[in-house]
Ligand binder design. Structure first.
Ligand code: NAP
Ligand code: ZN
Length: 359
């Protein structure tokens, strides 16, 4: 008979898990593997709440295995290091993002693009090489191969820096890859949530002009006066959209729900690029005419490799970029998830794990 999550491994662990597609999280006892030769064991301090956590706990993508402990924006301190570990020492502050394993030998892995490895192991809702289930950062401790662990720059705060481990790299990587960093060019950011608000800040750090495209008129003032956007378009206002047609060089689309691409493609100049990062539960319709007639490009991107994630963290530390967060206790997670579903967060919930996860 298979062992219970609590008995699978030698080290006791405690977190919050969803047990079914209601997505409701509750306390969950499980276990973590022994610190292997290449592993570090981490005491978790903070963990961001990504919309992917919400999609997963509600099984919106159809492949959630329960119980699931979400969380892939993890900041903590190393409590133990295996004998082969070179990058980290006990007591150091580190980060763990969306991936904790890959084959290490394929073309993608060799090019530091572990995020595209066919055998990629996600931080949660996945299995590790020994066949046991992986649990994420809404928990007190985690054991990770050092290859997938990030150095956390000294001047990045642990709480507001945590969301960079997913939201930050997810917007940074396509901006670099698709050549969306030329100072003076005009970037549109669709959806002002966790990913979107970091895209605004990173876009400004690259010297871009940034326009937010949002369904929430009440976010306009903050987008401009706090986050540094140059302008704000309400996507449900046809007159405003019409006036802005053909003005953007690039768009980063972070919308988490099914939405029309037609207006976004219309906002792009000839040769413009629309990069979709959101993962709605159903496919989007791709309008062909504006693509063909304007030689426009639609692309996608999935987080980033570990090397580039380190580069992004160092970039954010250098430019003073952090996430705007609402710090919550673990027991507030269900309310936070309900608010996240309604786009009611400014702009990322972060769980104060170490100060609220008592057994
Ligand atoms: P989030 O904080 O909930 O932000 C999403 C934003 O989308 C909302 O704040 C809202 O912005 C807008 N939105 C929501 N529903 C909408 C609708 N029906 N129509 C139009 N706009 C809507 O989510 P997030 O954490 O930034 O994640 C965004 C998406 O990216 C999720 O689907 C997530 O799973 C995915 N994701 C992908 C990757 C990747 O590697 N590609 C990585 C992480 C996350 P406004 O209020 O401004 O309209
Ligand atoms: Zn995420």
């Amino acid at each position: 008979m298979a062992k219970s999550p609590e008995e699978e491994h030698p080290h006791k662990a405690f977190g919050w898990a969803a047990r079914d597609s209601s997505g409701v999280l509750s306390p969950f006892h499980f276990s973590r593997r022994e610190t292997g030769d290449d592993d570090v064991t981490i005491k978790i301090l903070y963990c961001g709440v990504c919309h992917s956590d919400l999609h997963t706990v509600k099984n919106e993508w159809g492949f959630t295995g329960y119980p699931v402990v979400p969380g892939h924006e993890i900041v903590g301190t190393v409590t133990k290091a295996g004998k082969n570990v070179k990058k980290f020492k006990v007591g150091e502050r580190v980060g763990v993002g969306v991936l904790v394993g890959s084959c290490k030998t394929c073309e993608s892995c060799q090019q530091d693009l572990e995020n595209y490895c066919p055998q990629l192991i996600f931080t949660y809702n996945s299995h590790s090489q020994d066949g046991t289930r992986n649990y994420g950062g809404y928990s007190d401790t985690v054991v990770v191969d050092e290859r997938y662990v990030l150095r956390f720059p000294d001047n990045l705060p642990s709480d507001s820096g945590a969301p960079l481990l997913c939201a930050g790299i997810t917007v940074y990587s396509p901006m670099k890859y698709y050549g969306m960093t030329e100072p003076g060019k005009h970037l549109g950011v669709a959806g002002l949530g966790g990913l979107g608000h970091v895209a605004v800040k990173i876009g400004k750090a690259f010297g871009l002009k940034v326009t937010v495209i949002s369904t929430s008129p009440n976010k306009e003032d903050e987008a401009i006066n706090r986050l540094g956007a140059d302008s704000f378009l309400v996507s449900t206002d046809p007159a405003k959209l019409k006036a802005a047609m053909g003005t953007l060089d690039y768009i980063i689309d972070t919308v988490s729900a099914v939405h029309p691409l037609f207006p976004l493609l219309g906002l792009l100049k000839v040769n413009g690029k629309l990069i979709t990062l959101g993962l709605p539960e159903k496919p989007l319709e791709l309008p062909i005419f504006p693509l063909v007639l304007g030689r426009k490009l639609v692309g996608g991107s999935d987080v980033g490799g570990i090397k580039e994630t380190q580069e992004m963290l160092d970039f954010c530390a250098k430019h003073g970029i952090t996430s705007d967060i609402e710090l919550i206790k673990m027991e507030d997670i269900n309310t936070a998830m309900e608010r996240l579903a309604k786009s009611d967060v400014k702009y990322r919930f972060v769980i104060d794990v170490a100060n609220s996860l008592s057994q």
